[in-house]
Design a protein. Sequence first.
Length: 450
Amino acid sequence: MKELLADTAARAARYINGVSQRPVASSAESIAGLEALGGALPENSCDPAEILALLDDVGSPATVATTGGRYFGFVIGGVLPAALAANWLAGTWDQNACMRVMSPVAAKAEDIVREWTLDLLGLPANSAVGFVTCTTMANFSGLAAARSALLQRRGWNVEEDGLFGAPPIRVVVGQEVHVSVLKALSMVGLGRSRVTTVPADGQGRMRADALPPLDEHTLVCIQAGNVTTGAFDPAKEICARARDAGAWVHVDGAFGLWGALSPLYAPLLDGVSLADSWAIDCHKWMNVPQDSGLVVVREPEHLRRALSAGNAAYLTQSAKREPWQYTPDSSRRARGIELWAAMRSLGRSGLRDLIERNCRQARLFADRLRVAGFAILNDVVLNQVLVSFGEPEKTRRIIGAIQADGTCWCAGTQWQDHTAMRISVSNWSTTDEDVERSVATMIRLAKTDN
């Protein structure tokens, strides 16, 4: 085992050291080479060292260099050194984070990260926090808590009696609602099409003046950080109206909530703390390994009631917070350990610098491309940039050329009848040199497009 882990460390270090020199996208040849991983399952056991070598030799070339500094697609962060190391160690420990008795260290890490997160983001200190896989599951969990609370007010126990015959819940979303919220609404049985949609302004912000009448049977879903423009719904006004009416407000804050770490961007989140539940991604701007998100609910009993499986004789409970009662999962990995490591390694100033540096780099992208004669379609309020290179087909060709070139990687999108390229800066390792190098490539390929 010792030799195998040493070999793993050496191969991983070699990958990390070379990630800035390799093309960001995988080549066609490397993708074709993945066939070597298949075939019939061997009849006999294989040497673990041979398995590792095959996986590295064939798999590493076919990865996308998302952990490098020039990947700007899909709001994907890299992985901080301390978070990666903690992830390895937690994998070695092989802890099940279901209950405190199964892993005291996993439970304690969650306790600490819960406290730090609520403090950093300015959310209610007594809120419940569940450690989930992603924003989709955080949205699911927050909406399950909302469903439970709203129906309980009307004398309906949805956990026991289900939704058959239950009183209706009115769901209000913005025109730019993220697909993960709609997916979560379908999973909790509220339906993705049975929603009232509020129009958005030119930046994708929900128009508070267009809100329908709200009451105590209404669930309002708002955004903190539009995935395309970075814009924020007017939380203060919406939450005030919802609170007066007794409605529940859920915030999809996948990456935007981390803006609260900086005094430069915290004003964008004015009023967000008045909501009832929040969904947060950690493998985006917090830069921990994939498969990490948080759900936060103001009143802990609502989340616990919605997600707790009840009691069984063999489940050892304690008087303290039991992790499994606040997540859809029971058995799960100890993802709170790498979050603890990321936060502890950066500290407040490091976390603030990460947010501010990426936002400044997004503005640098926008400034350089605008000067080069290309249209920036959004107000760059955070870390998202939308650029059009002209006619839709031309923009699509240039996006394809940029992706094929390998210097950097950006995705295409449609925004209010415009075909555009979306640049998301959310990696701790992105340098100004990475930005300048990427911009130079973008401009060169755009200028040479025929």
